[in-house]
Design a protein around this ligand. Structure first.
Ligand code: NDP
Length: 447
C-alpha cells in the first residue's frame, strides 16, 4: 500500500526534530506535526530559557564577590519584565531557526494536534494523513498533586511568563526543576522557601553532592522546610497561605508557589488505543531501539520516560532514523550519561553514585573525595565548598562515577564523561597532568 509519508513524526521537540531531519537526509519523505511553537520543552519552556535565567541570576552573586576584589558595592536594580521579554524573544527566534532547519532538510511541517485514527492513519486538524512508519515524540508536562487550592500553583511552564516577580516564593519539590528555580529566583532577589518531603534535595544523585549543594543553597539564603509537604493552598489578603504537613509545618505566606513535583508524558489525547500502542505505567512502552508494541510505530524522549534529557532524546531519534532509513542499525545505551543541575553552585555527574556502586560491587569500591574552598572564594569570601569525587572499582581500578559541585561543573564533567565512557582507570586519571590553578586539577590529584 502507498502511504502519504515514509515517516510521520508527532511532536517537534528535540527528539522529533532530530529524527525527522536525519530520516529526510536518507531520502525518506517525512512530515512532522506540532500544535505549539516548534522546539519543544527544551527550546521553548525548559533548558534554554532556564539557562538564560540562570545567567541572569548569577550577577547578584558576582556583584557581591567583586567587593572582595576591591570593587565598590554595585548598586543595581533587576527588571523582571525586561528579562521575561528578552528570554521570550530569544526563544521565538530559536523556534523560527528550527523551522528553517526543517525546511532546509526537506521535512514538511504540519501545524496541528495529531491523533491516531488507526495504526497507519493520523488526523491533524481537518486533515487525514497516512504513514508507513510513525514516531511519537510528544514529550511531557508538569503535573500538580491533587490538593485543595492546586489552581494557585504555577509550574515551570508559567515561570517563564510570570507578569511580576514574586517577592516571596515557595518551591515545592526537590528535583532538578525545583532546585534550579529556587537558585534562579534567589539570585534574582526573591525570598525562597523550598519544601521537600525528605531531608535532602535531589534524590538519586550522590549523597555528598546532594548535601554539598543544599548546604550552599542555605548559605545563599534559601530556607528549607525539610520532611514536609503542602496539604492546602488558600488565597488570603497577604498572598497565598500554605498549610504544610510534616516536620516543619508552620504555615507559610508567599506570593507564588512553584510546583515542581514531577512530569508526566503528554499522551492523554493521542488516542493511542486506535493504534494498538501500549503503555508501561504512564509512559509509552518501548524496546531498546525505541520500538513500541506496534512494530512500525516508535517513540523517543520524555514520553517514554527513560532518561528525560534533551541529548538522550536526540540520540534516540537519530539512532532510530539511522536504523530504519539509513541502513545503519544501532541503538543507544542509557548508561554513563552525564547530567548537570544548574543550581548555584552548579552540580554535574556521570556514572554511578557511591550508593549504586556499593550495591553492585559491595566492598570492592573505593571513593576519593576532596571538598575545598576555591581560589576564587579566597578573596570573594564565604566558605562555599567545591566537591570533587571519584568512585572506583578496586578490583579493576575502573572509574565508575565522577561527581562535582562547583563553578562550571557541567563544563568539566562533560570532558570527564568521555574518559569514564572509555573505561578510564584511576591510574589513567593519576597519570594525567593537571592544569594549575583550577578546580578540575583535583580530579587528577585525588589520593
Ligand atoms: P523530579 O522527578 O526530578 O523531582 C520531583 C520532586 O518532587 C522530587 O523531589 C520528589 O520527591 C518531589 N515530589 C514528587 N511528588 C511529590 C508529592 N506528591 N509531594 C511532595 N513532593 C513530591 O522532577 P522535576 O519536575 O524536577 O524534573 C523532571 C525531569 O526533567 C527530571 O527528572 C529531568 O530528567 C528533567 N530535567 C532535567 C534538567 C537538567 O538536565 N538540568 C533540568 C530540569 C528537568 P522525591 O525525591 O521524594 O520523589
Amino acid at each position: 500500500m502507498a502511504y502519504d509519508y515514509d515517516l510521520f513524526v508527532i511532536g517537534a521537540g528535540s527528539g522529533g526534530l532530530a529524527a525527522s531531519k536525519r530520516a529526510a537526509s536518507y531520502g525518506a519523505k517525512v512530515a512532522i506535526a506540532e500544535y505549539d511553537l516548534v522546539g519543544g520543552t527544551c527550546v521553548i519552556r525548559g533548558c534554554v530559557p532556564k539557562k538564560l535565567m540562570v545567567y541572569a541570576s548569577q550577577f547578584s552573586h558576582l556583584y557581591k564577590d567583586a567587593e572582595g576584589y576591591g570593587w565598590s558595592p554595585v548598586e543595581s536594580q533587576f527588571d523582571w519584565k525586561y528579562l521575561v521579554k528578552a528570554v521570550d524573544t530569544e526563544v521565538r527566534r530559536l523556534s523560527q531557526l528550527h523551522i528553517s532547519f526543517l525546511e532546509k532538510a526537506g521535512v514538511e511541517l504540519i501545524e496541528g494536534y495529531a491523533k491516531f485514527v488507526d495504526p497507519h492513519t493520523l488526523e491533524v486538524g481537518d486533515r487525514k494523513v497516512t504513514a508507513d512508519k510513525i514516531l511519537i515524540a510528544v514529550g511531557g508536562h508538569a503535573t500538580k498533586p491533587d490538593i485543595p487550592g492546586a489552581e494557585h500553583l504555577v509550574t515551570s511552564r508559567e515561570m517563564f511568563l510570570l507578569p511580576e516577580q514574586p517577592k516571596r516564593m515557595a518551591v515545592w519539590g526537590g528535583g532538578y526543576i525545583g532546585v534550579e528555580f529556587a537558585c534562579i529566583m534567589n539570585g534574582l532577589g526573591s525570598e525562597i522557601t523550598q519544601i521537600i518531603r525528605r531531608d535532602l534535595i535531589l534524590r538519586g544523585f550522590d549523597d555528598d553532592l546532594r548535601s554539598t549543594i543544599q548546604e550552599s543553597m542555605a548559605n545563599r539564603g534559601i530556607q528549607f522546610r525539610l520532611n514536609s509537604t503542602i496539604d492546602k493552598v488558600e488565597k488570603v489578603d497577604e498572598g497565598l497561605k500554605l498549610i504544610l504537613n510534616g516536620e516543619e509545618d508552620e504555615p507559610l505566606i508567599v506570593d507564588a508557589v512553584l510546583c515542581a513535583t514531577g512530569r508526566d508524558p503528554n499522551l492523554a489525547e493521542l488516542l493511542l488505543e486506535n493504534a494498538g500502542v501500549e503503555l508501561k505505567e504512564k509512559a509509552i512502552a518501548v524496546t531498546l531501539d525505541s520500538r513500541t508494541t506496534q512494530p512500525h510505530i516508535f517513540a523517543v524522549g520524555d514520553c517514554t520516560d527513560r532518561m528525560n534529557l534533551t541529548p538522550v532524546a536526540i540520540a534516540e531519534g537519530r539512532a532510530l532514523a539511522d536504523t530504519e532509513f539509513g541502513h545503519k542499525p544501532h541503538s543507544i545505551t542509557h548508561e554513563n550519561i552525564a547530567t548537570a543541575v544548574f543550581s548555584q553552585p552548579e552540580a554535574a555527574t556521570v556514572g554511578m553514585t557511591e550508593a549504586e556502586a556499593r550495591e553492585k560491587f559491595g566492598d570492592a569500591v573505593q571513593c576519593y573525595r576532596a571538598r575545598f574552598r576555591s581560589l576564587f572564594n579566597s578573596l570573594a569570601g564565604g566558605d562555599e565548598r567545591v566537591l570533587v569525587k571519584l568512585i572506583v572499582e578496586s578490583n579493576t581500578d575502573r572509574v565508575l562515577g565522577a561527581h562535582m559541585v562547583g563553578k562550571d561543573a557541567a563544563e568539566l564533567i562533560q570532558g570527564i564523561a568521555i574518559a569514564v565512557n572509555m573505561g578510564a582507570t584511576k591510574k589513567d586519571f593519576d597519570d594525567t597532568m593537571g592544569i594549575h590553578p583550577t578546580s578540575g586539577e583535583e580530579f587528577v590529584t585525588l589520593r
